[in-house]
Ligand binder design. Structure first.
Ligand code: ACM
Ligand code: ZN
Length: 780
């Protein structure tokens, strides 16, 4: 009896040990980014279990698939901590099989089949296998090593929507080293991109070794200092620190190879005939004036361009492209063509003599200097054609007479791309309205690192349709694809590069790869969480705006309330307070628009197991004008219209960023003339408003502010006004204007802020009307 009891006692810990050895199982999820074309789950079939005995099989002697097998093993290790062997065995049990048996015409297409015995990644070509591997990698859960990974039985059939899926990187304004560029390539592969457009030369630095012209890197890759702050800030400030960097030809070859292993083609850009000041600093005889020139230390468009009338220029370009084509096997070479001022050509005897000699003439559409640019672009295109290459140019290449076979990169919006496709050119869409990832990701830029301007959030990228409606079906075939551009004037380090492209690349990846008929932003947001986890795992820095709480405010004139709608990524609960206390998981959960009818501070937080959002905080100040019916004599500018005229009386004051959406902006000489209906006769004694001033951007203060009152809405009496002095130097401030007067009854209050009609010469915008930005009218 005693012995029995003893053994039973022994059994209890044994049972515990057995139970704790029972491996935890976690499941793969095929709802990835970019979303595959077709995912057919077979819920009734037994899933595949990935464990430490699973092997990756590749065809014997296939070096490329062997590399991919290794890459996949590495991905699995990163994701699950499992060390998986690679092998050429024919025993396909418990295996991930890589193979090429074309089942479709798209070379980048693949099928991923999972059953209880094995996983098969079948590519239409090597590229297809590569993308099948990317899909499997992204589908895997993050694990610690001990778990079984369950892959539900599935048939995935996938291929990309566009053949050209690009990302551009400017390494001239700021330089990124070999490892950083390789990481950029890794990041691209994760997003199924296949083309890196490498902007290697510009006014601020020549970054590629050219053996025949060693001064390009000896001199052209170094600048003595760099502009700090924004290009429009006045006075200009410089950091006083020398800056340099370039890639040797060996490093270039290494990067090109690395990219090829990730199915990424690198298209080099030598930007010409403008954006050449670094080359001119190295070889002044290539410029119209002969110099001296310095590698540029600021941003913008330099007047110093290649002399198009000099045979030395043509020789230089031929020589440079000889070496470029040796280094880059890409079908396309990008030859720039953007932003080339013609002033020096107009005055250069060599350029003018060349124009005469070639019988180049102006016509009703273009100047002879624009045709001179076409001449030089066509020369380079012809030269590269002889080497079996094609050229890409920025959309200015259509000004004058472009070579009929040049591919056009549409950057100044979409119109140039539409025009080019209608003329029969191939087109890559990269409009600055959606695809410039150097633009801000948030409207409220106060907490953002300095950027060039603009506002391109993830949702805007996601909703982009690169096939404009104006094009016919045949013309649409000319749109080869889409690309994001990353100009790096304001992006000094690589972590910041990552911040600017992630997660906007996730949205871009779906524009480039997925079927537009499956597009649904909210559904995309549900899948984005998995991608963000992958970024964390890879230690990529990424912007977290989508995880934060976002708020929109509507002024309800009927109820007198400000209605606040809150949102965040996925279905994380948002908790909020209105009484100034910190929001916690104990605070009320946001369910529907919050109605605010008195001075309050809204604070909110999104709560997630993997970490909470930042605290969102917005004070609202109520006064006699808040949420009262308001009308405007002139509408605000389309781009700066906030939530309509209610933005002026919603209780929220705009901060120092005029583009935050909390200001109304008036352009083209329009004044802000607002009439507020206080709904009943009300004694008033003061009005105030703010103006946001940024003279470097052409945004000036009011010249005059006045108040009129009425009791019947017809007859108005002016009761106060002030004139504001025109500044004599640049300003960047928010200014409060308060007008006080003897108390009087008013039903209607008309507040006018008269804009600057002619900006002063020192502003850089002489004699044209300024913008005026106004917010939060208050009446007391
Ligand atoms: C460009 O953004 N200058 C092409
Ligand atoms: Zn010249």
């Amino acid at each position: 009896m005693k012995r029995l009891m003893l053994s039973a006692l022994y059994l209890i810990p044994l049972l515990f040990t057995l139970l704790s050895c029972q491996k935890e199982s976690i499941q793969a999820d095929y709802q990835i980014i970019p979303l595959p074309q077709q995912i057919q789950l077979s819920a009734d079939k037994t899933p595949f279990t990935l464990n430490s005995q699973t092997q990756i099989l590749y065809p014997a002697e296939d070096k490329r698939l062997q590399d991919y097998a290794q890459l996949l093993a590495q991905y699995i290790k990163t994701k699950t901590h499992k060390e998986i062997a690679i092998n050429t065995s024919t025993d396909t049990t418990n295996a991930i099989i890589l193979q090429i048996l074309p089942k479709g015409i798209n070379p980048e297409g693949y099928q991923l089949d999972v059953n209880s015995r094995h996983v098969i990644i079948n590519g239409n070509s090597e590229a297809g296998v590569f993308y099948g591997i990317q899909t499997l990698r992204k589908s895997l859960p993050i694990a610690q090593g001990g778990e079984n990974i369950i892959l539900p039985a599935v048939h995935i059939s996938d291929f990309p929507y566009f053949p050209y899926r690009g990302a551009h990187l400017d390494v001239s304004r700021h330089f990124f080293n070999v490892n950083e560029v390789k990481t950029y390539i890794d990041m691209m592969a994760l997003h199924n991109m296949n083309t890196m457009h490498w902007h290697l030369t510009d006014d601020q630095g020549w970054r590629i070794e050219i053996k025949k012209y060693p001064r390009l890197t000896q001199i052209g890759s170094k600048r003595k200092e760099t502009l700090t702050g924004h290009l429009n800030d006045r006075p200009e400030k410089y950091d006083g620190k020398p800056y340099k960097g370039f890639y040797t030809q060996e490093q270039i070859k290494d990067i090109v190879n690395y990219a090829a292993k990730n199915h990424i083609t690198i298209i080099p850009e030598i930007d010409l005939p403008g954006h050449m000041q670094a080359a001119l600093a190295s070889y002044p005889e290539l410029g119209c004036t002969g110099g001296p020139y310095e590698v540029w230390t600021k941003w913008g468009i330099s007047e110093n361009v290649l002399c198009a009338g000099s045979s030395k220029t043509f020789q230089f370009l031929d020589d440079v492209f000889d070496e470029i084509t040796q280094l880059f096997p890409s079908q396309y070479i990008h030859i720039g063509g953007d932003e080339c001022p013609k002033t020096q050509w107009e005055h250069c005897p060599k350029c003018q003599a060349f124009i005469k000699k070639q019988d180049i003439k102006s016509d009703s559409k273009y100047t002879k200097e624009q045709y001179l640019q076409s001449f030089i672009m066509k020369h380079v295109t012809e030269y590269l054609k002889k080497k079996g290459r094609k050229t890409i140019g920025w959309d200015e290449i259509l000004e004058g007479d472009a070579d009929s076979q040049v591919t056009v990169m549409s950057w100044r919006g979409e119109a140039a791309g539409v025009n080019a496709a209608q003329q029969g050119h191939d087109v890559i869409m990269t409009p600055n309205t959606v695809m410039y990832f150097d633009f801000y990701q948030a409207l409220d830029t106060e907490k953002e690192p300095l950027a060039i301007g603009g506002y391109i959030p993830v949702e805007k990228v996601y909703n982009y349709d690169p096939l404009p409606d104006q094009l016919t079906k045949t013309q649409k075939k000319h749109i080869l694809g889409v690309q994001s551009n990353l100009w790096t004037e304001y992006i000094p380090d690589f972590s910041h590069v990552q911040y600017m492209v992630l997660p906007r690349w996730a949205a871009l990846a779906e524009v480039q790869w997925s079927n537009p008929e499956q597009k649904d932003y909210n559904e995309f947001l549900n899948r984005l969480g998995g991608m963000l986890k992958q970024y964390q795992l890879e230690k990529y820095n990424y912007a977290k705006h989508v995880l934060n709480v976002d708020a929109t405010y509507i002024s309800n004139f009927k109820t007198g309330c400000t209605e606040v709608a809150l949102s965040t990524l996925g279905n994380a609960p948002i908790h909020y307070t209105l009484d100034g206390s910190m929001p916690t998981s104990q605070s009320p959960v946001y369910q529907q628009a919050i109605q605010i009818n008195k001075t309050s501070t809204l604070q909110a937080i999104a709560i997630r197991p993997e970490g909470n959002s930042e605290i969102y905080k917005q004070p609202l100040y109520f006064n006699k004008a808040t949420n009262k019916p308001i009308t405007l004599r002139y509408p605000a500018d389309d781009k700066y219209n906030g939530q309509g005229c209610g933005t002026l009386v919603d209780g929220i004051s705009g901060n120092a960023t005029f583009g935050s959406g909390k200001w109304l902006g008036f352009s083209n000489g329009k004044d802000m003339i607002a009439t507020i209906d206080l709904k009943e006769k009300t004694p008033i004694t003061t009005i105030s408003l703010h103006t946001c001033i940024a003279t470097g951007d052409g945004v000036f203060d009011a010249r005059e502010i006045s108040v009129e009152v009425s009791t019947d809405g017809k007859n108005y009496r002016k009761i106060a006004s002030e004139t504001c002095p025109i500044p004599t130097e640049h300003q960047k401030v928010v200014k409060q204007h308060t007008l006080t007067f003897p108390s009087q009854p008013a039903r209607y209050v008309r507040i006018s802020a008269i804009s600057e009609k002619q900006m002063p010469a020192w502003s850089g915008f002489p004699a044209i009307p300024a913008f005026i930005f106004v917010d939060e009218l208050s009446v007391n």
